[in-house]
Design a protein around this ligand. Structure first.
Ligand SMILES: Cc1cc2nc3c(=O)[nH]c(=O)nc-3n(C[C@H](O)[C@H](O)[C@H](O)COP(=O)(O)O)c2cc1C
Length: 157
């Protein structure tokens, strides 16, 4: 089983969850490739980040792995920004190549929790357009303890 863990993280919370996922898969002996995506131009003001997320902007990304045809499973993670995934995720979903029959697991990290369902819906639509079927969607509060994150992830992997 070969899995790509594709994610964007600005302040590190989504990265932390992605690392736990990678760790669990490695311990199972699976082939796992973490893919942290970054926009060329990173908006740093809260207002601009919300605006770009709300408008579903697609910023140009640093060169990254886009061809996921060789993978069996894709795990896609984003922070919730203004009820949406972070804009880098929109670009990735636009540009990646999956091929038919891929299984996908989605996850978001969030603060208050408002908009987390909506953000996951946007990600679901985007990845289904690429032919993948979403088998699970998880969400993690930004301050969630590692043990709790691990338990949730282990249940679905
Ligand atoms: C621009 C911006 C918008 C956000 N909007 C939401 C939101 O709509 N709902 C929510 O629950 N949290 C929101 N948050 C909190 C983040 O989702 C949360 O801190 C997340 O864990 C950040 O992930 P990261 O550390 O990987 O960047 C927002 C944070 C930022 C910076």
């Amino acid at each position: 089983m070969k899995t790509a863990v594709v994610y964007y993280s600005f302040t590190g919370n989504t990265h932390r969850v992605a690392q736990i996922i990678v760790d669990i898969l490695k311990n199972k002996g699976e082939d796992v490739v973490p893919v942290r995506i970054r926009p060329l131009k990173e908006e740093t003001s809260f207002f601009m980040q919300c605006k770009d997320a709300f408008l579903a902007k697609k910023p140009e990304l640093y060169k990254t792995l886009l061809d996921l045809k060789d993978f069996d499973k894709v795990i896609l993670g984003s922070p919730v920004w203004a009820f949406k995934p972070a804009p880098a995720i929109n670009t990735y979903l636009d540009k990646c190549v999956l091929g038919e029959g891929k299984k996908a697991i989605l996850f978001v990290t969030y603060g208050s929790g408002t908009g987390k369902k909506k953000a996951l819906e946007v990600m679901k639509k985007g990845i289904e357009k690429k032919g993948a079927s979403v088998i699970k969607a998880l969400s993690f509060q930004q301050a969630e303890k590692e043990k709790s994150c691990r338990e949730k992830i282990e249940k679905v992997l």
